[in-house]
Design a protein around this ligand. Structure first.
Ligand code: ADP
Ligand code: MG
Length: 359
């Protein structure tokens, strides 16, 4: 899929910008603080309904502006064009598809964006939440009922946590329905996550071999979030007291995690920052490729500040791979990256939130 048009209003330093994008490579160049990353954030917002940068979603709204909106025309591989938008006025976020207000879940199903950016190493070195988000985004696009299981799980988790925090210990009967729901929805989520990682593993091996051949064979491990040899319902019942002391539920699908171990770097502490970044990039590319295999089209790929994140050889390899796959790419840099000098691309200059097409 590709973005044909991207319009942003009230997004960080961008008051109003309307960009017509090339189906292949788009490069945004400009000084630091010009607004380049904000453009990638706009695309990412449509596919995730949040930014890849940490911090509150509210920080996206331009200071002093009353409204933020991002709008795009997405052309799919079958030539279908879909108009999607996400906006915030007042305290409400609203998603739109073809001009009609829809649930966020429907918006993010229409538009898929993966982004490699200076914070991407957190996927390898950061908290488990980052890895669960990555995993769940992938599962969401492959398994149509994942979101409903996930929502049921979130609701039951919230209920159980509020029981745990009540001033006196509630009766067992109050816990039981929520624990049964956590076990049931958790089992679905677990099965779908495992199946997804099984599909991802060979893709990840291939993409890692290309980017990090020096680290040897790769192993992708998954932890479901509760004990392997105990049923979750039993486990939840047994640890009510302990969970109450902690104030939250300590076992379940919300505690799942996955990790990567290399033959020549079995622990993640063995990786240099550069290797963490390349591993994260390999994960994103593998995920994009798996998406393409299932959906018949590549997601849009954003590469923020590529030249400062990767050495020239890796930049060239990644861009060549994406061009060969026919993916639309949105790249940023303070200048034209070496890797793009011989690749036809549409170039935009970004300055103080204004975007101008150069080539
Ligand atoms: N909510 C906001 N309102 C107005 N300006 C903002 C807001 N958040 C960030 N900015 C500013 O917007 C600019 C956007 O920066 P960014 O997109 O990261 O630029 P670049 O990637 O080109 O370095 C920065 O100068 C930053 O100070
Ligand atoms: Mg930037």
């Amino acid at each position: 899929m590709r973005l044909e048009q991207l319009r942003m209003q009230g997004l960080r330093c961008i008051t109003d910008a309307d960009v017509e994008l090339d189906p292949a490579i788009n490069l945004f160049v400009g000084a630091n603080g010009a607004g380049k990353t904000s453009i990638l954030e706009a695309a990412f917002l449509l596919s995730h309904a949040r930014s890849f940068r940490s911090g509150a979603r509210e920080a996206l709204l331009s200071r002093g502006a009353a409204r933020l909106s991002v709008f795009a025309e997405v052309r799919h591989a079958d030539d279908r064009v879909c108009r999607v938008g996400l906006g915030r006025s007042g305290i409400r976020w609203e998603a739109r598809v073809e001009g009609v207000n829809v649930a966020i879940g429907q918006l993010v199903r229409e538009c898929a964006v993966v982004c490699f950016e200076p914070g991407s190493h957190a996927l390898i070195a950061g908290a488990a939440e980052e890895r669960r988000r990555f995993l769940d985004w992938g599962v969401f696009h492959v398994e149509h009922d994942f979101l409903s299981h996930w929502r049921r799980h979130q609701r039951a988790l919230k209920q159980r946590n509020s029981l745990l925090r009540s001033p006196s210990m509630p009766a067992d009967e109050l816990f039981e329905p929520w624990e049964a729901e956590l076990a049931l929805s958790g089992a679905h989520i677990d099965r779908q996550r495992q199946a997804y990682l099984d599909l991802l593993r060979p893709k990840l091996r291939a993409s890692v071999t290309g980017l990090l051949p020096e680290l040897g064979e790769l192993d992708l491990r998954y932890r479901r979030g509760w004990s392997d040899d105990q049923d979750l319902t039993q486990q939840l019942r047994a640890q009510r007291g302990r969970d109450r002391a902690r104030g939250h539920t300590t076992a379940g699908a919300h505690r799942a995690d996955w990790s990567i171990a290399f033959e020549h770097a079995p622990l993640r502490e063995h990786l240099s920052r550069g290797q963490e970044k390349l591993t994260a990039l390999a994960c994103l590319l593998a995920q994009a490729e798996l998406y393409a295999e299932h959906r018949g089209e590549w997601p849009i790929v954003c590469l923020d500040d590529l030249a400062s994140e990767l050495d020239q050889a890796h930049q060239g390899a990644v861009v060549a791979q994406l061009v060969a796959a026919g993916a639309q790419v949105l790249l940023t840099g303070t200048e034209m990256p070496q890797a793009l000098t011989n690749v036809p691309s549409r170039v935009f200059h970004v300055e103080q939130g204004q975007v101008t097409r150069l080539l």
